[in-house]
Design a protein around this ligand. Structure first.
Ligand code: KIV
Ligand code: ZN
Length: 393
């Protein structure tokens, strides 16, 4: 079964989430957790940008074992030397050199001709190779670039020694079929592309980052760049937990495996949410509060009988408690009785019916009914009719 490398960029692209700054100690903690999670590569930062970034990459390189530690650099000597210095002491080090591929970026941002961009890229990849045998090369904005230029640029980078070529959809513009086609074209037309890793790096501006990453894997990509909880610039990056669980749950479709210990997914998500202060939306796949919660009567009835009626993966697989029944106005009598039992009450049908009616009335007044509310209903009934509702022994 083909192996897909998971390249985590939570500490680099993820930290570019508006309003997020992580201190070095937090970054080291997250990196250690990413190692427990089993990611293949940790992009720890962009050392030239600040002393803080340099220190974080340097500590992670020395203190975190397992994954390859990667540092980002532009096509500039100072960036590459600083990245190499920060990576000293790493078990395995990668330098990630990036430039841009689209006319829009070349004209307005880099202010360089295509020839100048190729020349700087070749020199930079060669320089990076003097420090490590593992060099990744990216051209931003590939989904808005001309194919002929991308072929020439990536071909030159591979010839200069790049061992991984990353194809970023920097602005989240690509559509799954289109992005897959781009990956396939690069794989088939760039000399040497079949001998190096081809990587996806997608942003979520149109909500397609995970879909695009999967499409790229279908077209031959062997590495996925992603972040925990999908955090990142603007709408964020490909969400690590979603892409990993899509590959794992639908192995029949993708036929690929990753080295991720999925039981660490939830813990990693909680840690990143806590340190970054970016909360996870309740309906977020895999790690959101509601991802394994069932409220409607029909669904609750189904999962009480057999979990797989409404769950395609088990909560335990991603390191969470078993799927929960959420009591609300859509809940049925059966789930209500189960909740009473879990609270320690075994009641006959008549008593359950009285309480169920009160519970439904309460649901009309209150959006979320908790176990405490149900206990309060029982207490009120017990006060009205003493000794009616006794706890099971
Ligand atoms: O989105 C992007 O293009 C990037 C590159 C630096 C790889 O983050
Ligand atoms: Zn990015």
């Amino acid at each position: 079964m083909a192996y897909i490398k998971i390249f985590d960029t939570t500490l680099r692209d993820g930290e570019q989430t508006p309003g997020v700054t992580l201190n070095t100690a937090e970054k080291v903690e997250i990196a250690k957790q990413l190692a427990r999670l089993g990611v293949d590569i940790i992009e720890a930062g962009f050392p030239i940008t600040s002393t803080g970034d340099f220190e974080a990459v340097s500590r992670i390189a020395k203190e975190v074992s397992g994954p390859t530690i990667c540092a980002l650099a532009r096509t500039a000597r100072a960036d590459i030397e600083r990245a190499a210095q920060a990576l000293e002491g790493a078990e395995r080090a990668r330098i990630h050199v990036f430039t841009s591929g689209s006319k829009i970026h070349l004209e307005h941002m880099l202010r360089k001709t295509p020839e100048e961009v190729i020349e700087a890229s070749v020199e930079s990849v060669r320089l990076a190779r003097q420090f490590t045998g593992d060099v990744e090369f990216s051209a931003q904005d590939c989904t808005r670039s001309e194919l002929a230029f991308l072929y020439a640029l990536y071909g030159a980078a591979i010839e200069a020694g790049a061992t991984v070529i990353n194809i970023p959809d920097t602005v989240g513009y690509g559509m799954p079929l289109e992005y897959a086609e781009l990956i396939r074209n690069i794989r088939d037309n760039v000399p040497g592309a079949k001998e190096v890793d081809i990587s996806t790096h997608c942003h979520d501006d149109l909500g397609l980052a995970v879909a695009n990453s999967l499409a790229a894997i279908g077209a031959g990509a062997t590495q996925v760049e992603c972040t925990v909880n999908g955090i990142g610039e603007r709408a964020g990056n490909t969400s690590l937990e979603e892409v990993v669980m899509a590959l794992g749950t639908r192995r029949d479709v993708w036929g690929h495996e990753t080295g991720i210990n999925t039981r660490e997914l939830y813990r990693t998500s909680r840690m990143v949410a806590m340190y970054t202060g970016v909360s996870v939306p309740p309906n977020k796949a895999v790690v959101g509060d509601n991802a394994f919660a069932h409220e409607s009567g029909i669904h609750q009835d189904g999962v009480i009988k057999a979990l797989e009626t409404y769950e395609i993966m088990s909560a335990e697989t991603v390191g969470r408690d078993a799927g929960v029944l959420v009591m609300g106005k859509h809940s049925g009598r059966r789930a209500f009785r189960k909740t009473l039992e879990e609270l320690g009450y075994e009641l006959d049908d008549e008593k359950v019916n009285v309480l169920f009616k009160q519970f439904k009335d309460l649901c009309d007044r209150k959006q979320k009914v908790t176990s405490e509310d149900i206990r309060a209903l029982i207490d009120a009934e017990t006060a009205r009719v003493p000794q009616t509702y006794e706890l099971m022994s």
